[in-house]
Design a protein around this ligand. Structure first.
Ligand SMILES: Cc1cc2nc3c(=O)[nH]c(=O)nc-3n(C[C@H](O)[C@H](O)[C@H](O)COP(=O)(O)OP(=O)(O)OC[C@H]3O[C@@H](n4cnc5c(N)ncnc54)[C@H](O)[C@@H]3O)c2cc1C
Ligand code: SF4
Ligand code: SF4
Length: 438
């Protein structure tokens, strides 16, 4: 939706981030008849959840359960989506929260684009598709993924060679190579911050190869290999397309590690590794699957049973800290670890494919953009973590999901409901105050 087409840029609530937490908070507020603006920095809403394969502990198809939420938010009469949009600043002025925003150029007019993909078919440029973990290619003009919302194209200017083919074939003349960023502001009485997380960068751990060892991949890349619409439609190792016979997961690869500046537990990595191991043993029944762990943290309802099911399926759990990864023969990866099992000591094993269970870092930090405080872990600080876990130190600003700290989907949804409730109470109290004073 183009900014110029907005009649009013005044909303009851602003939700920053359109992952599962932001969508849930926005829908809760909109269903109570509050007008809501959702600001999302990516070209599609859906956050990490729309990019996952299946979800623990139910093994539901992730995109099947996320897409209806995305569609509900996109079609809700009280919700306006601003995608591919960056927050420049958020400050309180005359009782309102004023957000300064920048609409990044897509080089495609979203009012005219009908999502027909003719431009994609004609574009001659292939670039790595980050949405598929970099394992597949996309065009320089593209719609982010098949169930992206909105279904609007955008141009990646780093790879576009300005050949003009997309503009020639576009039936609605939507392509505009000269589009500029557009700055605008909107006001809202209350805000929910739902900016989620990013994975700890592989580059931060020299001992694990910093992304240079073939066949060492991240957990999000493994999600794509396992996804129904993944890059190969089956789990193959990216280096040579071989079906892996022997796969390892390295736990705490980016958490509980002072050397990476991440002393905390990221909470979801044990469970997502167990989930991925179970999915792999379903699709590759003859493969050996090993999880190297320090402790297994199966903290939620049904999670311990899930862990036990993985053991019963034959997933091998080795208690030990992995110290080094090195390239082995024929694309294999050599794992050196300190065993904490009976035999103890430093051991070595080789695997065809290694998955790093990376941890969670904040998806966004407010420094320089708004006066919200962060904790020592850099996630948004909550002022009453026990009794009101969504309250921040800025009046009228609430936080939900992984923006406040590592969290699984269930906890993110619950927290989003709580943040929406706090925001609606805040809105009700504000109108009462205004009625009394007028
Ligand atoms: C490999 C892996 C597998 C997982 N598997 C499971 C599972 O099976 N089951 C489960 O319960 N949990 C799982 N999780 C955890 C799950 O992904 C999170 O619980 C969930 O995504 C948190 O949702 P969120 O909305 O808080 O954050 P996110 O999904 O990170 O969404 C945040 C959104 O905010 C946007 N954003 C960030 N900054 C800004 C900004 N400044 N302005 C505008 N927008 C912004 C982002 O682009 C994103 O769309 C897994 C995690 C990983 C890494
Ligand atoms: S930019 Fe044009 S050709 Fe491309 S999807 Fe949109 S309408 Fe179709
Ligand atoms: S102008 Fe750019 S995006 Fe359009 S077809 Fe040519 S290379 Fe692709």
């Amino acid at each position: 939706m183009s900014v110029g087409s907005q009649r009013s840029l005044k909303f009851d609530a602003l939700v920053l981030g359109a992952g599962i937490a932001g969508l849930e908070a926005a829908l809760n507020l909109a269903d109570q008849d509050f007008s809501v603006a959702i600001i999302e920095k990516d070209a599609s809403i859906g956050g990490k959840m729309i990019r996952l394969s299946k979800v623990f502990p139910t093994l539901d198809c992730s995109s099947c359960i996320t897409t209806p939420k995305m569609a509900a938010a996109a079609h809700h009469p009280k919700i306006t989506l601003f995608t591919y949009c960056e927050l420049q600043s958020l400050a309180r002025r005359d009782g309102e929260l004023v957000a300064a925003l920048r609409q990044k150029p897509r080089y495609v007019d979203t009012e005219k684009c009908i999502g027909c993909r003719q431009c994609e078919y004609q574009c001659p440029v292939l670039a790595p598709d980050a949405e598929q973990g970099g394992f597949a290619a996309r065009k320089a003009i593209y719609i982010p993924f098949s169930n992206a919302i909105p279904q609007k194209a955008l141009i990646d200017t780093e790879n576009c060679i300005l050949c003009g083919r997309c503009a020639q074939v576009c039936p609605t003349r939507a392509v505009n190579y000269f589009e500029q960023p557009e700055d605008f502001s909107l006001t809202a009485a209350t805000t929910v911050i739902a900016t989620g997380f990013e994975l700890t960068p592989v580059e931060n751990k020299p001992q694990y190869g910093q992304g240079t060892i073939p066949n060492v991949i991240t957990a999000l890349q493994m999600e794509r290999l396992l996804a129904p619409h993944g890059p190969y439609n089956r789990a193959l190792r990216p280096y040579d397309g071989m079906e892996p016979d022997n796969i390892a997961f390295i736990q705490c690869a980016g958490s509980r590690d002072q050397s990476m500046g991440v002393p905390y537990c990221s909470r979801v990595c044990c469970m997502y590794a167990i989930k991925q191991a179970m999915l792999l043993s379903g699709s590759l029944p003859l493969a050996d699957i090993t999880i190297y762990y320090m402790d297994i943290r199966a903290f939620g309802k049904g999670y311990e049973q899930f862990f036990q099911n993985a053991q019963a399926m034959g997933v091998n759990f080795i208690k030990g800290k992995v110290a080094y990864l090195d390239p082995g023969e024929d694309g294999a990866v050599r794992v050196r670890y300190e065993s904490q099992e009976a035999e103890g000591g430093v051991q070595t094993a080789e695997h065809d494919l290694v998955v790093l269970s990376l941890g969670m870092l904040p998806g966004w930090m407010p420094e320089g953009r708004c006066a919200l405080s962060t904790g020592s872990d850099k996630f948004i600080q909550t002022v009453q973590p026990k009794l009101a876990p969504t309250l921040t130190d800025l009046t009228g600003v609430f936080v939900a999901g992984a923006a406040a700290g590592p969290k699984d989907i269930v906890d993110s949804i619950v927290e989003a409901g709580a943040a929406a409730m706090e925001a609606s109470r805040y809105l009700a109290a504000r109108s009462e105050r205004r009625a009394v004073s007028s």
